[in-house]
Ligand binder design. Structure first.
Ligand SMILES: C[S@@+](CC[C@H](N)C(=O)[O-])C[C@H]1O[C@@H](n2cnc3c(N)ncnc32)[C@H](O)[C@@H]1O
Length: 299
């Protein structure tokens, strides 16, 4: 998970896609699973996963959706979408089911979005932005889900209006955004501790934290949605100790550490350990708190 300004760009996410797919998305997908449950996507004919990242739940969705239903996924980062495709190919070949964390770059590079293997299961991948859904027609989808993307985009109102446009009357939207900063340590600990220990000249930059459900409800209402429900939910990140904490390091942190002195590195690792242990001492998991919203387009 990463929130800095560089992660608003496709290139930033491209560079992070391997680690995100391999390790992090299994945490963030818990919110997405909640959204899927709440929107009853298994009844839909056409589903859009906007900003799908590496498609962690797409195998689950392919299994649960109606056979004839279409699943569309797109992301700003082509590397992310290719990872979603490579996962799906493995799944369809029954090589490995579940957390497909052993994808090679070669497999990823070989993915073609119009592969016949995807057409057969009505699975459609593409690259795009949530702020411009011109690749999709008006009233095309029953369900639009978007997990953990709205907080890092330029214009949430435009994204919402686009979602409204592509949904059928009676269609449902489900989105998640970061909750209050103090409840989202899993999101900012790497960069903020780098700042506090002098490893980085700046702390976490960019990204919006939501303070209250009203903010999301009014975003949806302005775009024309009705019957909004909005709630807070926490996902505990599976960071249970210093063991394997490097698996969460993004390219920026790796770069900072590569240029750091041994003393800086030691002080950074000590700060990480202290923070993780502070949660453990209180018998609490490492938290990531979001607001989730589900709403309907009027009939
Ligand atoms: C935190 S990840 C969430 C990915 C996935 N939805 C999940 O549940 O794990 C944020 C994703 O948003 C994508 N992204 C960033 N800006 C975007 C935009 N304007 N349109 C579409 N995707 C975007 C990134 O490439 C990245 O894959």
């Amino acid at each position: 998970m990463q929130s800095d300004a560089v992660f608003r760009s496709a290139k930033g996410w491209d560079n992070f896609s391997d680690k995100y797919a391999r390790r992090i998305q299994k945490n963030t997908s818990v919110f997405c699973m909640t959204l899927l449950n709440m929107v009853h996507y298994e009844e839909a004919d056409s589903i859009l996963d906007a900003g799908c990242g590496a498609g962690y739940l797409h195998q689950h969705m392919i299994n649960q959706k109606k056979t004839e239903a279409h699943l569309y996924g797109f992301d700003l980062s082509s590397e992310m979408v290719k990872r979603a495709g490579a996962r799906m190919k493995r799944f369809l070949k029954q090589e490995k089911i579940g957390s497909l964390d052993l994808l090679t770059q070669e497999e990823v590079n070989q993915v073609s979005f119009d592969d016949e293997i995807f057409n057969k299961i009505n699975y459609h991948l593409s690259v795009g932005s949530v702020e411009d859904l011109s690749q999709y027609q008006n009233q095309m989808f029953d369900i639009y889900i978007c997990n953990l993307v709205y907080q890092i985009i330029g214009d949430q109102d435009i994204a919402m209006r686009e979602a409204f446009r592509v949904l059928k009357p009676g269609g449902k939207i489900g989105i998640t955004v970061w909750g209050r900063k103090e409840n989202c340590a899993a999101l900012w600990f790497l960069k903020e501790l780098a700042f506090e220990t002098g490893l980085s000249p700046v702390g976490m930059q960019g990204g919006r934290f939501v303070q209250h459900s009203e903010e999301l409800i009014s975003l949806a209402t302005k775009a024309g949605f009705i019957n909004s429900i909005c709630w807070q939910q926490m996902v505990p990140f599976d960071i249970l100790g210093m063991n394997k904490v490097e698996e969460f390091f993004n390219p920026e942190i790796e770069g900072l550490l590569a240029g750091a002195t041994q003393e800086q590195k030691d002080s950074y690792y000590k700060a990480l350990e202290k923070m993780i242990n502070d949660y453990k001492k209180e018998n609490k998991p490492f938290p990531f708190d979001c607001y989730l919203l589900v709403a309907e387009k009027p009939q």
